[in-house]
Design a protein around this ligand. Structure first.
Ligand code: URA
Length: 425
């Protein structure tokens, strides 16, 4: 094959052969296919789509670009969770130690923030001393330790390197929002990681890549099929991301909210989703008769959190960083909050310094948005709706602008909408 003929095949709406796919992904990873050629192909894929067979072959080619991890020496069943990304989505933080407390080993490979969506590793790095980079031996040791059983860490450079390069290219060429490429990107990493079972949280709504329920269902079904075909027991929940999860978006702010959940409190929606995903993970791991809610109540999940953080060099007792400046956004009338838009809050938190404008930039640990009310709750004129946090007060204006049309107060409560929209698998 040659790059131009592969691009032309997809441009003209034909199906790529297995040879074309494996050659193109391999040649791109090695640097023999140029960025402009791969970006033409990813745009053709975005516009023309891929068959299930092409998606399978594309995923396999990305797995083959690196090496696979192996947790077969671990005595307990392994199970991992992956979210397609959202605003205020701190669920991994309480979930990984909770599921470890239920008896599974949780090798949670996570990422950094991308655009206005937050990253689990950025959140945890607000804990003094905590390290995202672990060797394979460190991971295995912590997962095998009966007092720990969970790690949240960065993927090594050799895990699906084709995806690392492709993701960075898609990010700057408007080609992220393709169901085949998102499915292959996520599943190549999860299959190469070698987890026995996987629970997916596919986000749907303004703060997610998938804006409609139909798109989210299709992405979920595609990923479930890829996992199942590879021997990974995979199930997906489709969940709402039109409103942020919980009351915080930002790094240390979200760690604090996760600690509230582990201590038996926290916002109802965060608790609901943490428990729903934990129940799916416990079932997928084959651990019958364990109720994750008991492990939140009796403090074992919090114990696992402390040992997991300490095992990765962090000080679980250290105070979390606090931003130097705050600014309140207040309601201008009495009424009921009818809408808080996930994307608006995500962009505000990002502009306050919780996310990056350029690759490699440092994030502010204390920056972000705290919401005082959720849709359906009452406010009175002059009472705070949001508090903005930043170390750099010149950022308030940009955040305020992002929030302008992102919330509303009216006379009537909005219709209650479910958080968990579907289950596929
Ligand atoms: N997350 C990923 O890992 N890859 C995508 O393509 C989108 C979200």
């Amino acid at each position: 094959p040659d790059a131009v003929s592969v691009i032309a095949t997809k441009r003209d709406g034909h199906t790529l052969s297995s040879d074309q796919i494996s050659w193109m992904v391999d040649a791109y990873t090695r640097g023999d296919v140029a960025d402009e050629q791969m970006s033409a192909l990813t745009m053709a894929i975005l516009l023309r789509g891929m068959t299930r067979v092409e998606i399978r072959e594309w995923t396999d080619a990305m797995i083959a670009s690196g090496s696979r991890m192996d947790f077969s020496s671990i005595s307990r069943p392994t199970v991992d969770k992956h979210s397609t990304g959202g605003i205020g989505d701190k669920i991994t933080l309480p979930l990984a130690p909770l599921v470890a407390a239920c008896g599974a080993a949780v090798p949670q490979l996570s990422g950094r923030g991308l655009g206005y969506t937050g990253g689990t590793l950025d959140k945890l790095e607000s804990i003094p001393g905590w390290r995202a980079d672990l060797t394979a031996d460190e991971m295995t040791r912590l997962l095998d330790d009966p007092a720990v059983g969970a790690v949240i860490c960065a993927a090594g450079a050799d895990l699906a390197p084709a995806d690392k390069k492709l993701y960075a290219l898609r990010d700057v060429t408007g080609t992220v929002e393709s169901i085949p490429m998102i499915a292959a990107s996520i599943m190549s990493k999860k299959i190469a990681e070698g987890t026995g079972a996987l629970v997916l949280d596919v986000k749907c709504g303004s703060g997610a890549f998938m804006k409609s329920l139909d798109q989210a269902r299709e992405l979920a079904a595609t990923m479930v099929e890829l996992g199942t075909d590879s021997g990974v027991d995979t199930v997906a929940l489709v969940t709402d991301m039109s409103t942020p999860l919980g009351l915080t978006a930002g790094n240390a702010l979200e760690v604090q909210e996760s600690l509230d959940v582990l201590a038996g409190g926290g916002p109802a929606d965060v608790v609901e989703l943490t428990l729903a995903l934990a129940r799916e993970m416990v079932a997928a791991a084959g651990l019958d008769g364990v109720d994750p809610a008991d492990k939140l109540r009796d403090g074992t999940a919090m114990d696992r959190w402390r040992s997991m953080i300490a095992g990765q060099g962090g000080d679980p007792a250290a105070p979390l960083p606090v931003a130097r400046h705050t600014h309140d956004v207040v309601a201008d009338r009495d009424g009921v909050v009818t809408r808080v838009d996930a994307m608006a809050v995500g962009i505000a938190a990002w502009r306050l310094g919780a996310g990056r404008e350029r690759q490699g930039q440092q994030v502010q640990a204390g920056a972000g948005v705290r919401m005082h009310v959720r849709p359906g709750e009452r406010v009175s004129a002059g009472s705070p709706v949001f508090t903005l946090h930043t170390d750099t007060p010149e950022r308030f204006d940009g955040a305020l602008e992002a929030l302008t049309d992102g919330w509303a107060v009216g006379d009537d409560a909005p219709a209650a909408s479910p958080l968990i929209l579907d289950r596929i698998g």
